[in-house]
Ligand binder design. Sequence first.
Ligand SMILES: Nc1ncnc2c1ncn2[C@@H]1O[C@H](COP(=O)(O)OP(=O)(O)O)[C@@H](O)[C@H]1O
Ligand SMILES: [Mg+2]
Length: 261
Amino acid sequence: RRIPLAGSGDEFDRLAETVNAMLDRMQHLMENLAAVGNEIAHDLRSPLARLRETLELALRDSEPSAAGAAIAEAIAQVDGALALCGAVLRLAQIETGARRASFSNIDLSELLDRLVETYETVAEEAGHRLIAQVPPCLAIRGDAQLLNQMFANLIENAMTHADGPARIGLVARAEATRVTVRLTDDGPGIAPDHRGAALRRFGRLDPARHRPGYGLGLPLSAAIAELHDAVFTLDDATQGANRPGLAVTLVFPASNAPRPG
Ligand SMILES: Nc1ncnc2c1ncn2[C@@H]1O[C@H](COP(=O)(O)OP(=O)(O)O)[C@@H](O)[C@H]1O
Ligand SMILES: [Mg+2]
């Protein structure tokens, strides 16, 4: 998505051009992410931080107007990009350095409970329902920050893409040597032959193109899962239904290590 130009050539148009050029550059760089993850995150971080500062100043100076709204939106987009850069940077650090050196024993139950607590209010305010079933003491090895990011991405996807008030389910379960987390919604879901596209960087399916987002949430989540040796699968939440909903299933290896803290 790009900021539309008014064609007046005034300072807001020039600002919009700068933002659009930056987004183009970001998109181009992100497309080569696989090859240069670490560099890109470093590359993008400071210019984006500067851009944000500029936009914030412009917003403070302007009258409440269409231009102001465009700038506010640009700030939100840049915030998203900064958050993504942070995540990519963390991922790159873990992958390049001592890959799992930063892993610790995670109480996944606690992590999920906290996340659900955060999102319950947000979801309800937007007309959704988030229903969680998380038994206590699910233990895995991992990076709490990345895990939080992954589950937040998935919950946000359910709220954004379910196309109306959604019923979002989060069910965690312990099996002998595994911990399974299944996130479901009752939206349109993703047809089997579109799943590959949805998992690709910048892959956004038709109805989603007008909604906020970069198309990086699912690929990033899949990468975080892989880093945790978790199997990440997309399927229908309710098979055969008219609106089958999306189910994202994560199967982690359980850690039977003593709990942290
Ligand atoms: N819960 C969902 N229900 C329906 N479609 C989804 C869902 N989650 C993701 N998608 C589709 O997959 C695409 C990619 O998701 P993602 O990588 O998170 O990008 P974004 O959310 O930024 O569009 C989305 O644009 C949307 O088309
Ligand atoms: Mg998303």
